[in-house]
Design a protein around this ligand. Structure first.
Ligand SMILES: [Zn+2]
Length: 465
């Protein structure tokens, strides 16, 4: 049995009582927390001791909606276009590239403080192998989608059931090969991609498969006008009503976005027990959903996976939203909307809130005895964060992922101030960069007009090496 002691740290437990310990310790045996202490007395002996003076220790973030699309940074932001750039570019990335690229991705989640991430990707196998090596925890889905994307570009929907079958089988294989792998750190779920991209019979098939194996389902729901209009046209139902009719809207569903939902749709989501993944639609009315009693968690989607940045954007958007909805006078009058969510509540949403939303809160999301030792330690010996009268407010408003010194999952440290512990990150990043360079070169060779567009957007001249 391995034991670890973390001592001399500020500790925010994110438990029901919202306990904050000024100076305390956590004793860990194997993968679980055995004891939490409030002072320097009675500290148990341990095999490994971390003296985390000037650090804030808290549960790791639980990211409940993320994709792996950050390989083409510097391109997508400048010339991104789903049909002209993203889709063909993704086509050059081979399944086997994912082991090289996957390590960079897994490290990105860890650097962002995410000890658990729900990741949706079309070719998740290589990423699963990377996660096994990295040591983080994932809830992994292979997405199922069956529309003819070439036709969709012209505004026409036509379905390709064969494509759907291949994708469904890929998801089945992911479950068979990876469910419970890496000492239980890898779990799987099913992801029919979105209500307008998947046939009703495929949703049914997914539901049967998931039910028999007690798996959860996640899907993009009511994300775009295109989706809303198409589902209305085909079934004369809103996307939410459509999922309810199919029997998919239940307490096993994690619905991402839910931007185009009516009051009636919201009530249906509440009654079903489904949870919502709030993410890049930062101005979505998630505070209303929380008030109603819908479980809401946080995801970074296809942005970079920095939860603190995501929380700050979300907070800002909610303030804009409230000023637009209720007016500046009421904002200044310190109406409930401006005082909410508090920095603590926002961090709570990204920890225990997200864990509840994906049904993993008995194991993760807060620091409590018998729970998994999944935690992060933020360096407060740092002029961006200290001095402060409230470390939680400082962290939320001024902290960034670079301040996260330590990341522990299952009682094992996987990142320390020197970097990733289980593999050589600089080498992995170099390999990923080389791979990306090759892919982009091929793409630009075949699509020279896109290269021109990109160079124009750079606003500077690339010097020849
Ligand atoms: Zn998404």
């Amino acid at each position: 049995m391995t034991s670890t002691l973390i001592k001399n740290a500020m500790i925010a437990l994110f438990d029901r009582e919202r306990t904050f310990i000024e100076r305390g310790w956590i004793f860990i045996q194997n993968d679980r927390i055995r004891q939490i202490g409030y002072d320097n007395q009675n500290q148990p002996e341990a095999d490994f001791v971390y003296d985390l003076e000037h650090h804030l220790v808290m549960p790791g973030f639980v990211n409940i909606h993320a994709h792996l699309q950050q390989y083409f940074r510097g391109l997508y932001e400048l010339i991104g276009d789903f049909y002209q750039v993203n889709l063909p570019l993704e086509g050059y990335r081979l399944d086997e590239d994912m082991e090289t690229l996957g390590l960079a991705s897994a490290a990105e989640f860890v650097y962002g403080g995410c000890t658990t991430s729900l990741v949706i990707y079309t070719y998740p196998e290589g990423f699963a192998k990377a996660v096994k090596k990295t040591g983080n925890r994932v809830y992994l889905a292979s997405d199922i989608e069956e529309v003819d994307l070439k036709e969709m570009q012209k505004g026409k929907y036509s379905f390709l059931p064969e494509k759907g079958k291949v994708a469904f089988n890929r998801a089945v294989h992911l479950y068979e090969d990876w469910e419970g792998a890496a000492e239980g750190r890898i779990r799987t779920l099913m992801c029919p991609k979105a209500t307008d991209l998947v046939l009703p019979e495929t949703y049914q098939k997914v539901k049967e498969f998931a039910k028999e194996r007690n798996l959860r389902i996640t899907t993009h729901l009511a994300q775009s006008v295109r989706e809303y209009q198409q589902v209305m046209k085909l079934y004369d139902l809103s996307p939410t009503e459509y999922l309810a009719n199919l029997g998919i809207l239940d307490n096993q569903l994690i619905a991402a976005h839910c931007v185009y939902t009516s009051a009636q749709d919201e009530m249906m989501i509440l009654d079903s027990g489904a949870s919502i993944a709030q993410s890049t639609f930062i101005s979505a009315p998630f505070m209303r959903w929380k008030d109603m009693g819908i479980p809401v968690g946080l995801g970074t989607d296809d942005m970079f996976h920095d939860i603190l940045q995501m929380l700050r954007s979300t907070r800002q958007a909610q303030q804009h939203r409230s000023s637009a909805v209720i007016g500046i006078d009421q904002m200044l009058a310190s109406d409930r909307f401006t005082s909410r969510l508090s920095p603590y509540e926002l961090l709570e949403m990204a920890t225990i809130g997200s864990a509840k939303a994906i049904g993993m809160d008995s194991d993760i999301g807060s620091l409590e005895t018998k729970k998994k030792a999944d935690l992060i330690a933020v360096d407060f010996n740092n002029p961006l964060l200290s001095p402060t009268s409230d470390p939680i407010t400082s962290l939320l408003l001024y902290g960034n992922s670079g301040n996260i010194d330590y990341v522990m999952v299952d009682g094992k440290m996987i990142k320390d101030p020197s970097g990733m512990i289980n593999f050589d990150l600089p080498i992995a990043l170099e390999q990923a960069q080389n791979r990306v360079n090759l892919i982009v070169d091929k793409f630009f060779f075949d699509f020279p007009e896109q290269k021109k567009r990109w160079q124009k957007k750079l606003s500077y001249k690339e010097g020849e090496a």
